[in-house]
Ligand binder design. Structure first.
Ligand code: NAP
Length: 201
């Protein structure tokens, strides 16, 4: 009998509404990938994020398509449909369960997020279980810091990333005000938004 010792793959997971995906997301993924020596970063567009139900999102298939276009040129980036395809609201505990089922036991997950968003982790679904499913990587930007408590906890990692003051909200508002978003999002994403007439109002 041959025994195959499968190497544990270090997988970044960048979950996001990505409404739309922009260069800040791509720079964060690329920087964390390099600094933590990840084998891959999986972008996971949300289906129905429960904390953003107050406003209308672009359809999940459009947000997914934009992430596919944005990541196509980087062989270390991939896109997962687990959240788009799961009915109901999106919870990260389900995202990580589904990715574990897909990728098997020889995978270690690093969930990448803005350092300030990490402060809200306690309000996410099943926070205690969540912390057993992945390590959490806070990307620091000016004015966005982790708490001292998190800095001391080995389940939380901190990676400094080049600051890009771009947000999805800014991109949507610029489109609505007829201002350019080229150079804030990949060209293919800007073209997709124009062709699909997204964010016009
Ligand atoms: P998003 O707005 O699309 O952003 C995705 C990530 O990129 C966020 O962590 C965001 O951090 C970061 N980011 C945005 N702009 C950046 C920039 N210029 N430079 C560096 N990083 C930047 O996504 P989201 O709506 O916050 O959702 C993130 C994930 O959290 C999703 O997978 C969602 O399902 C999950 N979530 C789960 C629960 C739950 O399970 N109950 C609750 C809430 C969120 P910032 O937020 O700091 O901008």
């Amino acid at each position: 009998m041959t025994e195959v010792n499968e190497r544990v793959r270090r997988l970044g997971v960048l979950g996001g509404t990505f409404d739309p995906v922009h260069l800040g997301h791509l720079v964060a993924a690329s920087e964390v990938c390099q600094v933590l020596g990840l084998d891959e970063v999986i972008f996971v567009p949300t289906g129905h994020p429960w904390q953003k139900l107050g406003r209308e999102l672009a359809p999940a298939e459009d947000r997914y398509a934009m992430v596919v276009l944005a990541t196509a040129s980087n062989p270390l980036f991939s896109v997962s449909r687990v959240d788009v395809d799961r009915p109901g609201q999106t919870y990260t505990v389900d995202t990580l369960d589904d990715l574990r089922a897909e990728r098997g036991p020889a995978a270690e997950f690093f969930f990448i997020m803005g350092a300030d968003a990490m402060r809200g982790l306690g309000t996410w679904r099943n926070p205690q279980e969540l912390l057993t499913l992945a390590r959490f990587v806070g990307c620091t930007r000016p004015g966005h810091e982790m708490t001292a408590e998190m800095m001391a906890d080995e389940r939380f990692l901190r990676v400094e990333i080049p600051a890009l003051e771009i947000s999805s909200t800014m991109c949507r508002e610029r489109v609505a005000n007829d201002l350019p978003i080229r150079y804030l999002v990949p060209d293919a994403v800007a073209d997709y938004i124009a062709n699909r007439r997204l964010y016009l109002t």
